[in-house]
Design a protein around this ligand. Structure first.
Ligand SMILES: [Zn+2]
Length: 249
């Protein structure tokens, strides 16, 4: 059939779409990579600590973040170059802008972990690694919806505080499991060092020694801590006990 319209072709054609490449967030909108988020987690934890602790050192970051040391160093160099982190005499600390970026990155990471655990039903021990796949691409709009849908949770599934939440739990009496006396306890949180340790996470999940639940310390022997979780008893090595916080009850 012949085309009868005399309108110029340009008026008939749909408005040109922005090429896909232009719709991607630019470098500033894009979130941090997973190792940068982990560096942020450690530095923010130190900045918010109640106790007067020395600044985080590069050696401490290398020891606490379970990825190759060169990746930790590259993440720190990136953060120093964009003035989110500065070196001080005894270590590293967040600048004002870095603190804001750290709060946002850590909040999005922990909200995505909550989404995966509470809405998707992913196993608790898997949510940290899974969240790292896409927490860096969460927009402010999606972040706000997640806060609403999840009921503004106070912590991630590992018990670590979500910056900006109105529901942050207070556990001033929390101590490391390695230092806690024998007796009933409430499991408060595990550090981000254990969040990257699949073996430790599975041990905690299998015996039911999980943040937010009650448990018991039964004995301690040769550096091991014997506990009763909600599922069964287990013995935890010192490394695990020195990255898990509990509150006596
Ligand atoms: Zn977490």
């Amino acid at each position: 059939m012949p085309v009868t319209s005399t309108a110029p072709v340009a008026l008939l054609a749909p408005a040109p779409e922005r090429p896909i490449a232009d719709q991607r967030p630019n470098a500033d909108e894009r979130g941090p990579g997973p190792v940068v988020t982990e560096v942020f987690e450690v530095l923010l934890e130190r900045a918010l600590a109640d106790a007067d602790l020395p600044p985080v050192t590069l050696a401490e970051l290398r020891g606490r973040i379970p990825v190759p040391a060169v990746d930790v160093e590259a993440a720190v160099a990136h953060l120093v170059a964009r003035a989110d982190v500065r070196g001080v005499a005894t270590g590293l600390e967040l600048t004002d802008s870095g603190r804001e970026r750290a709060r946002t990155a850590v909040r999005r990471h922990r909200l995505v972990e909550r989404m995966l655990a509470d809405l998707v039903g992913l196993e608790w021990w898997k949510v940290h690694h899974e969240a790292a796949r896409f927490d860096g691409v969460i927009s402010a709009d999606v972040e706000a919806k997640l806060i609403e849908q999840l009921g503004d949770p106070g912590t991630c599934p590992h018990g670590n505080p979500i910056p900006g939440s109105h529901n942050q739990p207070r556990h001033p009496d929390a101590v490391l499991l390695a230092d806690a006396p024998v007796g009933p306890v409430h499991v408060v949180r595990i550090t981000e060092t254990l969040e990257g340790d699949d073996e430790a996470l599975q041990l905690l999940q299998n015996c039911g020694f999980l943040p937010g639940r009650d448990a018991e310390i039964k004995d301690r022997r040769d550096g091991w801590v014997e506990v009763a979780g909600t599922v069964h008893d287990a013995a935890f090595p010192h490394h695990l006990a020195s990255h898990t916080y509990v509150a006596p009850r």
